[in-house]
Design a protein around this ligand. Structure first.
Ligand code: 6CS
Length: 367
C-alpha cells in the first residue's frame, strides 16, 4: 500500500526544519541547474551524467497523498536512472509555506519542481481557472486523463500562459473526481443557499459556488479541518482520498458523490532551470514525467476507491453518503453552464477564449 495514515495533523511540525534544510540545499547546489561544482569549479565540459545534481520538489500534499507520493516516486525514478547522480528532496505541504508561497518559490527558482493546483494561481494566470469549470470534462476519468495528456489547448496555449509567469507545466493529471462534504445534506442547489463553502483562492471557483447560491470563502487547506469543526465554513469540495486522509469527514455529517468536477494538478518546473540543463538531462526528466502519468492515474484511482470504503465504514465518525442521480446532477449542470460565459466574458481575454474553445472541441472529440 503506498498510502500511510498520517495526514495534515503532523505536517506543521516539519515546517521550520524543512525550510532550513531547503535553504541549505539550494546553497549547496552551487549552480543554477543545481549541479554541484567539482574542485576545479567547472561543470560545463563534464558529461552531464557524471555531475551530481541536487534539486528540490515541493508539493501541496503530505505523505500518503497523491501529490507527495507522485513526487517521491518521480524522485526515486530519476535517482535510479541517473545512477544516483540526481538527488531530489521532496517536501510535504507546509514545509515551505502556503500553496501560494510555494508557487512563488518555483517562480524564483528557490525550488526546481512543484506540483501546483491551478486554483492557487487564479489571480495570476486567470486562464488556469478553466479547470474550475464544473461539468466541463467527461465523467469518465480515463477519457479525462487522456485529454489532460494530449490536449493542445492545455499543453501549448495554457502552458505558454504559465511560462510567461515563469512556471513551466510538464504534465496535467487528475487526482480524482471531486465530491462535496457539508454540515447539511447537499442534494439540490437549494441546499447551497447561504452555505459557507470553502474554496481555493480562485475567483472562478468562488463564482461557481455563487451560481449555486452559496457564500464562498477562500482558505488554505491547512486551516480547513479546524474551520469545518468550528463552523467557520459549512462545507468543501475535494477528491475522496483527500477528504478521508485530511479527516474532513470526521467533522462533516454529510458527503455527496456529485462528481461535479475533477481535481487537476500540474507537474511544473522552473523554466530557467529547465532550459539551462543539458539536453540529455531534460530528456530524462521528460521521459520520467511521461512514465508517471499512468502511475499517478492508478494511484489516485486506488486511493479514491479504498478511502470511500473507509469513510463509509468509519462508525466512530458517521458520515451520511449520498450519490446524486443524473437528474439531480443536471440541476447543478444547468447553473454551472453560465459560469463558462463568465469565464469568457469577465475572466480571460481573446487568448483565453480561444483556449477554451479549442479545449471544448477536444473534449467533444474525445467523447
Ligand atoms: O483542497 C485543497 O486545497 C487541497 N486539495 C488537494 C486534493 N490537494 C492539495 C490542495 O491544496
Amino acid at each position: 500500500m503506498f498510502f500511510k495514515k498520517r495526514g495534515w495533523k503532523t505536517f506543521a511540525a516539519v515546517s521550520a526544519l524543512s525550510l532550513a534544510l531547503a535553504a541549505c540545499g539550494s546553497e549547496d547546489a552551487g549552480t543554477d541547474d543545481g549541479a554541484v561544482v567539482d574542485e576545479g569549479g567547472a561543470t560545463d565540459d563534464a558529461p552531464a551524467v557524471e555531475e551530481t545534481y541536487n534539486w528540490q520538489f515541493v508539493t501541496e500534499e503530505v505523505q500518503g497523498q497523491v501529490q507527495y507520493e507522485y513526487a517521491a516516486e518521480f524522485a526515486e525514478l530519476i535517482h535510479e536512472k541517473s545512477d544516483g547522480q540526481i538527488n531530489i528532496d521532496v517536501f510535504e505541504f507546509g514545509a515551505l509555506g502556503s500553496e501560494v508561497d510555494q508557487v512563488e518559490q518555483l517562480q524564483n527558482g528557490i525550488v526546481e519542481f512543484a506540483i501546483i493546483s491551478p486554483g492557487f494561481t487564479g489571480g495570476m494566470v486567470a486562464e488556469g481557472q478553466v479547470f474550475a469549470l464544473q461539468f466541463l470534462f467527461p465523467d469518465d476519468q480515463e477519457v479525462t486523463q487522456e485529454i489532460l495528456n494530449t490536449s493542445e489547448a492545455l499543453h501549448t496555449d495554457l502552458a505558454g500562459m504559465y511560462e510567461a509567469h515563469n512556471i513551466k507545466p510538464l504534465a496535467f493529471f487528475t487526482e480524482g473526481a471531486m465530491q462535496w462534504t457539508g454540515s447539511n445534506e447537499l442534494r439540490t442547489p437549494a441546499d447551497f443557499e447561504n452555505f459557507k463553502m470553502r474554496t481555493q483562492e480562485s475567483p472562478l471557483i468562488m463564482e461557481s459556488y455563487r451560481a449555486y447560491g452559496a457564500d464562498p470563502s477562500p482558505l488554505s487547506w491547512s486551516e480547513l479541518y479546524t474551520s469545518l469543526d468550528r463552523g467557520v465554513v459549512d462545507g468543501q469540495e475535494n477528491p475522496i482520498f483527500f477528504i478521508e486522509d485530511a479527516s474532513f469527514h470526521e467533522v462533516q455529517d454529510h458527503m455527496t458523490i456529485s462528481n461535479h468536477n475533477n481535481y487537476v494538478a500540474m507537474t511544473t518546473v522552473n523554466p530557467d532551470f529547465y532550459n539551462g540543463l543539458p539536453e540529455e538531462i531534460r530528456a530524462l526528466i521528460d521521459e520520467t514525467v511521461e512514465e508517471m502519468q499512468p502511475r499517478v492515474f492508478e494511484m489516485q484511482a486506488e486511493m479514491n476507491e479504498a478511502l470511500l470504503d473507509s469513510i463509509i465504514e468509519d462508525t466512530e465518525n458517521p458520515t451520511e453518503v449520498i450519490e446524486l442521480t443524473e437528474a439531480e446532477r443536471e440541476a447543478f449542470r444547468e447553473l454551472a453552464l453560465p459560469v463558462r460565459d463568465f469565464f469568457r466574458d469577465e475572466v480571460v481575454g481573446d487568448e483565453g477564449r480561444a483556449m477554451l474553445e479549442l479545449l471544448e472541441e477536444e473534449i467533444a472529440a474525445a467523447q
